[in-house]
Design a protein around this ligand. Structure first.
Ligand code: NAD
Ligand code: ZN
Ligand code: ZN
Length: 344
């Protein structure tokens, strides 16, 4: 008899997920089956549900790409894992391993890459399958609920900060203090950077301050660019995780000469465009870089910070059945930190 599991499934874009019994997947060659302990709810999952991005997700879809769990079954050809090992599954489900980007250690931009919870079933389920070669190893005994957000929010902001090239002692402005941003503040502090935080919610700015941001600016009140230029003389670096195109425009103008901004947020849809000043970029030699999740090496490093307790996601746990309400809260910007689905 086929063994069944509980999962949250998207059957059509812009509709609620339905909680269903579906077959437990079988690990194929090179795969492991993971019993999911925790899965963070990333805004990318909401973008998937809303169909904000092109191409849209593969439907029916089980979303979820901030997975912490344990190895439950090992597929043929897998070495180096044993039952019960603590593992994590990130957005990067797989890459081809052969193209110029994979060969250069830039597997996150492989054009043949698959995405967990977007093109492949993800972690809003009691079990999921993932290729062993792309699964992250979590140190035994770490808190799986606090660790789950590191699999996307953590690794992504860690890489984004590195891609700005900011050095200890320099200023970084982080725009958007949501699930990603509040973790970005912590990585930035751990890297010795000075942090300015911008959000449109006073509660989120309070959180940023409690995590070590020296300067906070409410982007909904007054001129946020002028405030940053005035308070810190412009930032050496910026990281944008906000889900609003305006923040991407502002970030460029918040830089000092020679500054670099890393774009992480993906508002998508009608908000996928910005207007900017060519002369500001040219005259001040500014750099704008994209940053797409993180490589397997980035993941190992990002996990190490969290395992050492230097970076810790602020979480609230919830049941899988709560997912549609969590998405509503996310649409309204009401989530402070990260919500993590808890499986028994
Ligand atoms: P979230 O909803 O938890 O946080 C978004 C934050 O942006 C909120 O705190 C909100 O108040 C803030 N915000 C909204 N408008 C703003 C404005 N005008 N100025 C400043 N802040 C503003 O979302 P999240 O899970 O942190 O994800 C953020 C974005 O990053 C999403 O678009 C997501 O898809 C994207 N993402 C990208 C990658 C990548 O690899 N590039 C990885 C993960 C997530
Ligand atoms: Zn994510
Ligand atoms: Zn490739």
């Amino acid at each position: 008899m086929t063994q069944m599991m509980k999962a949250a499934v998207l059957h059509a874009l812009k509709t609620p997920l339905s909680i269903e019994q579906v077959p437990i997947p079988e690990p194929g060659h090179g795969d492991i089956l993971i019993k999911v302990t925790a899965c963070g709810v990333c805004h990318s999952d909401l973008h998937a549900v809303e169909g904000d991005w092109t191409p849209p997700p593969v439907i029916p879809l089980i979303p979820g790409h901030e997975v912490a769990g344990k190895v439950a079954k090992i597929g043929p050809g897998v070495t180096g894992f044993k039952l019960g090992d603590e593992v994590g599954v990130p957005w990067m489900y797989s890459s081809c391993g052969q193209c110029e980007f994979c060969l250069a250690g830039m597997e996150t931009i492989c054009k043949q890459g698959e995405a967990t919870g977007y093109t492949k079933p993800g972690g809003y389920a009691e079990y999921m399958v993932a290729p062993a070669a792309f699964v992250g190893r979590l140190p035994a005994g770490t808190d799986p609920y606090a660790m789950a957000p590191i699999l996307c929010a953590g690794v992504t902001t860690y890489r984004g900060l590195k891609r700005t090239g900011a050095r200890p002692g320099q200023w970084v402005v982080i725009l958007g203090i949501g699930g990603l941003g509040h973790i970005a503040v912590q990585y930035a502090k751990a890297m010795g950077l000075r942090v300015a935080a911008v959000d449109v919610s006073p509660e989120k700015l309070e959180l940023a301050k409690s995590l070590g941001a020296e300067v906070t600016v409410n982007g909904a009140e007054g001129d946020a660019v002028a405030a940053i230029q005035e308070k810190i003389g412009g930032a050496h670096a910026a990281v944008v995780t906000a889900v609003a195109s305006k923040a991407f425009e502002q970030a460029i103008l918040m830089l000092r000469p020679a500054g670099t901004v890393a774009y992480i947020g993906l508002p998508g849809g009608k908000s996928d465009e910005i207007r900017t000043s060519i002369s500001a970029i040219t005259n001040w030699e500014l750099t704008i870089r994209g940053s797409n999740v993180g490589t397997r090496l980035d993941l190992n490093e990002a996990v190490a910070f969290a395992a050492n307790g230097v970076v810790k996601a602020k979480i609230r746990t919830a049941a899988l059945e709560d997912i549609n309400g969590i998405f509503d809260d996310m649409r309204k910007g009401k989530i402070v930190g990260r919500v993590v689905l808890k499986f028994s």
